[in-house]
Design a protein around this ligand. Structure first.
Ligand code: HEM
Length: 227
């Protein structure tokens, strides 16, 4: 039996409140949302383990693992990036669910993408800090800052963090963070042009389309409010 889930929105604060009164006397269905980040982390670890078991634990397989996990993370990121405008446009039960669970979708992205930390740590251990720095010195510091931003966003994805930081500061961190991640993804794929695999072109197109869509729906919302 489905649990009753009602979603109310406060347009001024861009907040959503999820009420799940349950059905008295009946067992509640486990919610999918909170399981998403855990499932993502388990899947990411299993993929890495599979790669290392089959081809060994070395620099090449660490790079393969990094590329494989990022292929998923960028798609999850795009989903999070368009969740609100998509809901504004469509208002279906699926987009309502996505909006209500946007926190968990965001944490799922973090689970896939923050695997960068242990993999980069392993690369540094195998190559040695000097060689690691030689290959990554052009981007390691800004890219490392973006990874820190993702880590900060993941660490503050809770009601307690919203209360502690206050809604305006929390929103500012998460909005600036979202665009920072978009910029870095776009940069990574843009800099690899034109010697890209096909997924690089697809991801560049999806990132550009997601930004255009987000801004177009945002502009429409502003125009509707004015008239
Ligand atoms: C200190 C920070 C970072 C370092 C040292 C780093 C390093 C790397 C390395 C070595 C790879 C594998 C490249 C290859 O084998 O061709 C990779 C893949 C990738 N990284 Fe990072 N990265 C960092 C942070 C980030 C951030 C913050 C993002 C985006 C928000 C990002 C996006 C990507 C993407 C999209 C790929 C896969 C590209 C593909 O599809 O082939 N990285 N990274």
């Amino acid at each position: 039996m489905c649990a009753l889930v009602s979603v109310t929105q406060n347009p001024q604060h861009d907040q959503i409140a999820v009420a799940d009164p349950g059905v008295s006397g009946r067992r509640r269905k486990p919610k999918l949302g909170p399981l998403l980040p855990i499932g993502s982390l388990v899947a990411a670890i299993l993929i890495c383990a599979g790669i290392f078991i089959v081809d060994g634990f070395n620099i090449q397989t660490l790079l393969v693992a990094l590329r494989s996990l990022t292929k998923v993370s960028v798609l999850v990121f795009i989903l999070v990036f368009v969740t609100r405008p998509l809901h504004d446009l469509v208002r279906s039960s699926v987009t309502t669910w996505m909006l209500a669970n946007r926190r968990y979708l965001g944490l799922s992205f973090a689970a896939w993408h923050l695997m960068h930390w242990p993999i980069l740590g392993s690369l540094m251990a195998l190559e040695g800090p000097a060689l690691f720095w030689k290959y990554s010195k052009d981007f390691a510091i800004p890219a490392g800052c973006v990874l820190l931003v993702i880590s900060l966003m993941a660490a503050t994805s809770s009601n307690r963090a919203v209360r502690f930081l206050g809604k305006p500061l929390w929103s500012a961190i998460h909005t600036v963070g979202l665009y920072t991640i978009w910029v870095w993804f776009f940069r990574v794929y843009w800099l690899r042009l034109p010697k890209h695999e096909i997924h690089g072109y697809v991801n560049l197109g999806l990132l550009a389309a997601a930004l255009t869509f987000r801004w177009a729906i945002g502009a429409r919302r502003i125009m509707t409010k004015k008239s």
